[in-house]
Design a protein around this ligand. Sequence first.
Ligand code: ZN
Ligand code: ZN
Ligand code: ZN
Length: 378
Amino acid sequence: MLYPPDRLYPPDRLYPPDRLDRTREAVAAAGLDALLLTPGSDLRYLTGYHAHALERLTCLVLPARGEATLIVPRLERPAAEASPAPGTGVTIVDHADGDDPYPLVRKALGGPARAVGLADRMWAAQVLALRDALPEARQRLAGEVLAPLRARKTPAEVAALREAGAAIDAVHAGMGRWLRAGRTEAEVGADIARAIRDAGHETVGFVIVASGPNGASPHHATSDRVIAAGDPVVVDIGGTMPSGYCSDSTRTYVVGTPPPDFAAYYEVLRAAQRAAVAAVRPGVTASSVDAAARSPIAGAGYGEAFLHRTGHGIGLDGHEEPYIVAGNALPLEPGMAFSVEPGIYLAGRHGARIEDIVVCVDGGVERLNTLSTELVEL
Ligand code: ZN
Ligand code: ZN
Ligand code: ZN
């Protein structure tokens, strides 16, 4: 299913008919002759087709000038036809199992190509096969063209992200039912995964339940550690909605009464996260939002303990542009959606992170995760 039955996101809104034309213009402006997109978010962004990545070639050929062709294995044709792809103006061409599909790519290009943009996450096997099939074409990354387009969400995309944000907020709001002393992180994590699906996600992306000293490892998943009274617990969770758009939100909880040193730096973190969200508006740079989160943390003496960037863009991928990181001079624009997720990690003791997805809007910012960031004692 590509959109909910109530047609909250009909294909013509999530995949507007002018998207291919606008992309063609960007392809030409970048000096590329075509984009070649195998299954993944770039393909889904342009056509709505959520294709499976398999050894058999599925590839959208989008020439800068000319018709778009979606090459699919014959057994995938019904799925491709049932997707929003035909409505976006692509022609579907199939290949029989066992046939060499690469001559179809050359044919769909409609002429010699000097430079092609390949999906950033294309399999190496296909990259090399395309190099053999199109020896005259220089291979570049489709992301040069697509990342900036995908970074500026349409109102329908923001609505899909808002829905994802509300769904993951509902899971955090129920945390008291699962997160208790005496249970392992893995047990709590299994309950959370079920709740992520129950809240409307199609797939569970990740579940981090990092208790006590595990909280000092930003990408800890879950373990057999038994959660004890007084443990701070970092819970970072997300998934993908039927729309294709992702959720991602972190709250830090305490089971019982927090250790005194934890309570002190949690308030520093909370003020930093709030300051960074408040810094978001059109025209400010991504790096200045990172700095807004970093300076209060550094000022309180925890600068070394905030060991990652402040945030990442989010959309059809859980991590995409824009990256909220020092050195990124990209000015924010309305429609850009990204996380604001500073953390403080004290090795061997505990850690904390607070993460909201926000959208840059005219005149400021909209938070898509709207729960309080106050420390929740369970
Ligand atoms: Zn992360
Ligand atoms: Zn996260
Ligand atoms: Zn994140």
